[in-house]
Design a protein around this ligand. Structure first.
Ligand code: SF4
Length: 492
């Protein structure tokens, strides 16, 4: 009997990984394999401005592309440009500049769309949501000591440094991470780094209710290895700390770093200590597109697993034009799981930062994607699509309490208190809001937002105010009584 072929919405085929040939790019035509695999070479040759990108891609890319990019940097970008060669090389992986279709493919490329956003990508009508803000998750208001966000009862986020080896256009921590851009001045930590880290450790020693520490930034790949190893070693010495997650997009963006002898040996030492003490150490990375998973990325992830750490997991971000289809998400999850042994874990909805409306999805779209990806991956590797609701935290997209689809306002509840609402009797009964992109709403809903943006509350909702922001400081004002985010008040 012949095999019955059932037509499925998604057809799984194992896809072998291939490192795109960097020698197709004029600026790197003479780069050797040894240079390419050197973390130092990669860091030294990051693309930091339009001129450097032109030097790499060459004159056969239309000037209109470079002009579009320059305009975005000048007028919209919330993150400065920083793209390691590894990531540049995954853009339009099968074509060389000048080959037919390269320019169109570059404009359409998923990695380009979020690492090198151009002005024409953004919405002209609503570049930002009226309620968008810097530090849209209000992390700084929940700082218990500078850079240590205590937002969940048993978990903390330690922002150990404000830099990364690569800057993503949609970065949630756009108010803190990276260099200033023409439209966004960055918050600067006030305390010297080592004092900050020491204060974090003191807090954790004094608060045994915290068992889980996300060591993030920024990206831990930018902290000198001995400093990171010492900090993680001290965390492991705290009895109550049972889970440690090291956040590094560089496992994908700069896998060469995680393959260096120093880092591999250091991770082996940490993994051995963790095993002895019964602590779980994992690396959490941030991969948004299947083409980013190259043999080098798979080698780095496997090398980390071979050190004996608990896991390597992926937290991607849902972005229109990048990965917002079930096929794109499933291709990515299978590339991660099958080839790199990276566990698909979360897909976040993009946070409500300024300039993100062209990337953001509505809650209904996110719910549909969650539904569409169910059943193909093993249950343990089926990522949850989550909405990080301001003042609430991560919620699975189907946990919404109420949803006004005309105005695009979803209402959420929470089941624990953070420091900002410690004395608030209504914290657990209040509804907290998240907003769909206005351009996706039916006309009456768009009209409502236009009227609101033009009304007396205008000064509270304009993008300029959102960009100006206010300084980060620990323990801010918290939500107002109606659960709205205070205006003007961004995770790996
Ligand atoms: S999203 Fe993560 S890796 Fe990207 S710039 Fe922000 S902190 Fe850095």
């Amino acid at each position: 009997m012949g095999e019955a072929v059932i037509d499925q919405p998604y057809a799984y085929r194992r896809a072998e990984l291939a490192e795109p040939d960097w020698r197709r790019l004029p600026g790197w035509a003479a780069v050797t394999e040894a240079e390419w695999e050197s973390a130092q070479w990669q860091r030294a040759h990051c693309v930091k401005n339009v001129r450097q990108l032109r030097d790499v891609l060459g004159p056969r890319v239309p000037e209109s592309f470079y002009a579009d990019l320059a305009r975005d940097q000048a007028e919209r970008a919330t993150m400065s440009m920083l793209v390691p060669p590894q990531m540049v090389n995954t853009m339009v992986p099968a074509l060389a500049p000048g080959q037919p279709g390269f320019a169109e493919a570059l404009f359409a490329d998923p990695v380009r769309r979020y690492m090198l956003p151009v002005f024409s990508d953004r919405r002209a009508d609503w570049p930002s949501h009226p309620m968008a803000s810097r530090d849209s998750l209000h992390e700084a208001e929940m700082w218990v000591t500078e850079g240590l966000t205590h937002r969940y009862p048993t978990k903390v986020l330690a922002e150990v440094l404000p830099t990364c080896p690569q800057y993503c256009g949609h970065c949630t921590r756009m108010d803190l991470v990276g260099n200033p851009t023409p439209v966004v001045a960055k918050h600067k930590f006030g305390m010297p780094r080592d004092d900050r880290l020491a204060a974090m450790l003191r807090y954790l020693r004094a608060n045994p209710g915290v068992r889980d520490v996300v060591v993030s930034g920024g990206d831990v790949a930018n902290l000198p290895w001995p400093r990171l190893e010492a900090f993680v070693g001290e965390l492991m010495a705290i009895d109550s700390v049972r889970d440690i997650r090291l956040a590094s997009k560089a496992l994908m963006g700069l896998p060469q770093y995680w393959l260096t002898g120093e880092v591999r040996a250091g991770m082996e030492r940490l993994a051995a200590t963790a095993r002895r003490r019964g602590v779980s150490i994992a690396i959490h990375t941030h991969v948004n597109a299947a083409q980013s998973v190259t043999p080098l990325v798979a080698r780095a992830a496997r090398a980390m697993l071979e050190t004996g750490i608990r896991d390597v997991r992926n937290q991607g971000v849902l972005l229109r034009g990048v990965n917002a289809t079930a096929d794109a998400l499933l291709d990515l999850c299978f590339a991660l799981l099958d080839e790199a042994k990276i566990m698909p874990y979360y897909f976040y909805m993009c946070d409500m930062i300024p300039g993100a409306e062209h990337w953001r999805l509505s809650l209904a779209e996110a719910q549909r994607l969650q539904q569409q990806i169910m059943g193909y991956l093993p249950g343990f590797a089926t990522p949850r699509v989550v909405c990080d609701v301001p003042y609430v935290g991560k919620r699975w997209v189907h946990q919404v309490a109420r949803y006004d689809t005309e105005r695009g306002i979803s209402y959420w509840t929470k089941n624990y208190r953070t420091a900002v609402e410690a004395g608030d009797p209504l914290a657990l009964s209040r509804e907290y809001e998240y907003y769909d992109p206005v351009h996706l709403l039916p006309e009456p809903g768009q009209r409502w937002w236009r009227a609101r943006a033009a009304g007396p509350a205008r000064e509270a909702v304009g993008p300029a105010r959102a960009l100006a922001g206010r300084p980060r400081s620990a323990r801010g004002s918290g939500p107002d009584r109606a659960g709205h985010q205070p205006a003007g008040a961004a995770g790996a």
